[in-house]
Each structure stands twice: as C-alpha cells, then as structure tokens.
Design a protein around this ligand. Structure first.
Ligand SMILES: Cc1cc2nc3c(=O)[nH]c(=O)nc-3n(C[C@H](O)[C@H](O)[C@H](O)COP(=O)(O)OP(=O)(O)OC[C@H]3O[C@@H](n4cnc5c(N)ncnc54)[C@H](O)[C@@H]3O)c2cc1C
Length: 408
C-alpha cells in the first residue's frame, strides 16, 4: 500500500484527524490503525455511564461505522504498530505489514501508570483505561460487595460514584493529604470529600497502599500504616503515562510527551502528533503542557488536518474538561496551577452548586463550576477573551456575572 496519511491510534484524536482530513477535501488514502477492537468510542463514559451499565459500547461510539465507510477512511482495528521507519516512510504493524505514508499522525494517547506494589497484577485487581478494562470491572461488580479504589483523582472518584450507585461498599485510598490534590484547590477537595461521604463512600487520605494480597476468593489491601482493607475487587487509578515509545524509538523530540509545534508537527515535519500524547505550547498560558482531555484531542486533530491540507491554523485553544460524579456535573475551564487566590460563588459548604474562580497575581486564570453551567460558560468565555474579573463583585452571587468583568 502506498502514500496517504496514516494515523496511529483509533480514539478521539485519531478519529477526528481522519474525519477532518476528508472535510477539508483531502483526496489521498486515509488509514487509521488502532490496537483496540471497537471503533473509536468516547472514553469519558467508561468510568460513568458505561460502568454503571446505562450505556453500551454502541451507545458511546464517537462516530458510526457508516461515517468512516462513507468518507473512505480505512479502519485497521485490533492492529498494533510496532515501529516507524522514517527513512523509508513506513510503519510496521505487528501482523507483519509495512505501510507507506506521505504524512504520519501519532495519536497514541496514554496508558495507565502501574502501582509499584506487589499484588497489583492479581485477579480481581483492575486498571481503567479502555472498554475491555471496564467490561471486566462490570462483570466483577455484579457479584462484588466491597471495592477498594486506589487513587483519589477524577477517575478514581468517578469510579467510586458509579460503583456506589450500584450498591457496593466503596473505599477510596489517596496517598496525598487530600483527594484531587494534584488538580485542584483544597476547597474542591473538601467539597468532594463531603459529597462522597454523604453518599456513603469512605475516603481515606494520606494513606498509601503498600501491598495487595489474595485471601481465599477475596483481596486484602495492606496500607503503609499496616491497616488491612478487605475487598472483593480493587481498582487502581493513579494516572497515566503518554505513549511516546514509538516516537522515541524513531528519534523524535520528546518532552513530557511528543514535542509538537503550533501546527502539531513533531521534530520530523512529515510526522504529526495529537491528543493526550502531545507536549505542546499553550499560547493562552504561555506554557508547555500535556493535557488529558477530549476537547484537546479533538482540537489538535483538527489542527493536524488543517496543516496537512494546506490551510494552517495554529492551535490556540483554552483547556477545558469535565467530571460527572453522582448528580454533580463539574465543568472546568482553564488551568488553575500556580493560583494564589480562589473566590467562591454559591454554596460549597452545604449545597451542591457553586463555582470556584482561580486568580494568580489578581488575574483570573481558571474556573471549576459544579452544577453551575452559567458560571462555567461565563468563565470560559472570559478566559478565551482574556477578560479579567473583579473579585469583590464575584464573591457576591447577587451581582450579575457580566458586571464582574473589569473594563480594560
Ligand atoms: C475513565 C476515563 C474517564 C475520562 N473522563 C474524561 C472526562 O470526563 N473529560 C475529558 O475531557 N476527558 C476525560 N478522559 C480523558 C480522555 O478520555 C482522553 O483525554 C482522550 O481519550 C484522549 O484521546 P487520544 O485520542 O489522545 O488518546 P487515547 O484515547 O488514549 O487513544 C489512543 C489510542 O491509541 C492506541 N494505541 C497506542 N499505541 C498504539 C500503537 N502502537 N498501535 C496502535 N494503536 C495504538 C491506544 O490503544 C488507544 O486506543 C477520561 C479518560 C478515562 C480513561
């Protein structure tokens, strides 16, 4: 097979790149190679509606099969790429094919970080990244009564909420002093601790898992402080590592991910990267970052397609994200890291709807909005426009959001 665009990774970034290429009029061969069996599917529902059984794999497909067929996009699923030969401009698949490309796109995403303790590979211990993982978790959850979740980040907490809703007794272990510590302010951690506790989830912070032992048909999680937590199943969610191996072996520049420019080109101009795997410059924050978010994967897929089809549009998107737990829809716009002040609007202490606005050097930088879509939309729009907000007005929820904008 010769020429065209080959995309490695059949998920959010890969699917978007392929479809955007066709939408932009690309007439060459487009091939998407992915090592999972299903067509590209939405990954966020895995820890939410797919885990709770409300949605099937068909319900969460990003696009139906007919879209790829209709756009003449060749989907080579259950196929892994083992190597890239940049000189010959070929990729080698594990089933022994060498495919030639004009342009190559690495949309290889990320894989789970493994917990470095003994017993993490026992039967009944799960990681959560793909639909096969969650299918196995769902099967076990049908008979399990008790689950221990190691990791109190968004995925751990969403999984806790889904399993709790199914009636399991759930304990979350977080090694850091507070849940969500890596990604948000203490006020958000306090809020989610309260909600989970109210819903019957046990949250243990500052507690490290030291070992997992099999005990008859159950498991015991042994903590570093020598506590034993019995469980029918254990789920580990302690973050991900970008899949940079192929790029590294091919000699491309790597940072905290595959380094790309504003057009998502790697250090080889014929090779692009998009999605969770990229280490890119965000012009809004003037910082090099790696994002784990669907909107980023989608936008970067579009950026790649635009550049390949000769209509370059530099990537310039505001990071945004969401998380669903119980009846709470958290929407996040911007990056709060480095903040020095947080203004709360609404009732975070006893209610279930509020927003946290983050500031750095008196400049508005991010918002976390819980069941507060107007605050989210307003914050997102203000950040996109570079508008600053008046903290004194913001704190008073009687004052209309629009009048909190500081006129330049
Ligand atoms: C449980 C869960 C919940 C999430 N919730 C949210 C949320 O609420 N909101 C949000 O914005 N984001 C969420 N995310 C993150 C979001 O899913 C990711 O940001 C998104 O999937 C990134 O898409 P991607 O295409 O870059 O990479 P991925 O989705 O990681 O896909 C990469 C694909 O490439 C394949 N691959 C890798 N190497 C090879 C190879 N050598 N050959 C062939 N195939 C290969 C992988 O198997 C995978 O299928 C969640 C993620 C998970 C796991």
């Amino acid at each position: 097979m010769s020429g065209g665009v080959i995309i490695i990774g059949a998920s959010h970034a890969g699917s978007q790149t392929a479809v955007s290429l066709r939408q932009a009029g690309y007439a060459g061969v487009v091939t998407v190679i992915g090592d999972e069996a299903p067509l590209p599917y939405h990954r966020p529902p895995l820890s939410k509606d797919f885990l709770s059984g409300e949605k099937s794999i068909d319900d969460i497909l990003i696009r139906p099969a007919a879209t790829y067929a209709g756009a003449d996009i060749s989907m080579r699923l259950s196929t892994r790429v083992g190597a890239i030969d940049r000189k010959a401009k070929t990729v080698l698949t594990d089933d022994g094919h060498a495919l030639t490309y004009d342009k190559l796109v690495l949309a290889t995403g990320a894989r789970v970080r493994r917990l470095p303790v003994s017993g993490e590979d026992l039967a009944g211990v799960y990681y959560l990244r793909d639909s096969a993982d969650v299918t196995a978790i769902k099967a076990r959850a049908q008979t399990a009564k008790t689950a221990v979740i190691i990791g109190g980040g968004y995925i751990g907490l969403e999984t806790a909420a889904s399993l709790r809703k199914q009636g399991l007794n759930v304990t979350v272990l977080e090694a850091m002093p507070r849940i969500l510590q890596r990604v948000t302010a203490p006020v958000m951690s306090d809020f989610y601790r309260r909600i989970h506790t109210e819903e019957g989830v046990q949250i243990l912070e500052n507690v490290m898992a030291a070992e997992i032992q099999a005990s008859k048909d159950r498991l015991n999680v042994i903590t570093a402080c020598d506590k034993t937590l019995p469980a029918d199943m254990v789920i580990i969610g302690i973050g991900v590592i970008p899949n940079t191996d192929l790029a590294e072996a091919a000699g491309l520049t790597i940072g905290n991910g595959i380094a790309v420019n504003e057009f998502c080109q790697t250090s080889d101009p014929d090779i692009y990267a998009a999605g969770d795997v990229t280490w890119h410059h965000n012009p809004i924050y003037d910082n090099h970052i790696r994002l784990e978010s669907v909107p980023n994967a989608t936008e970067q897929g579009k950026t790649v397609a635009a550049h390949i089809t000769g209509n370059p549009k530099p990537y310039n998107s505001l990071p945004w994200f969401w998380s669903d737990q119980f009846d709470l829809k958290l929407q996040i716009a911007g990056l709060s890291s480095g903040y020095d002040d947080v203004i709360i609007r609404g009732n975070n202490e006893s209610g279930r709807s509020f927003a946290a606005f983050y500031f750095k050097d008196d400049k508005f930088i991010a918002v976390d909005a819980v069941n507060a879509p107007r605050d989210f939309m307003f914050g997102k729009m203000s950040l996109t426009k570079g508008a600053n907000l008046d903290k004194q007005k913001l704190v008073d929820s009687e004052i209309d959001l629009k009048s909190t904008v500081i006129k330049p």
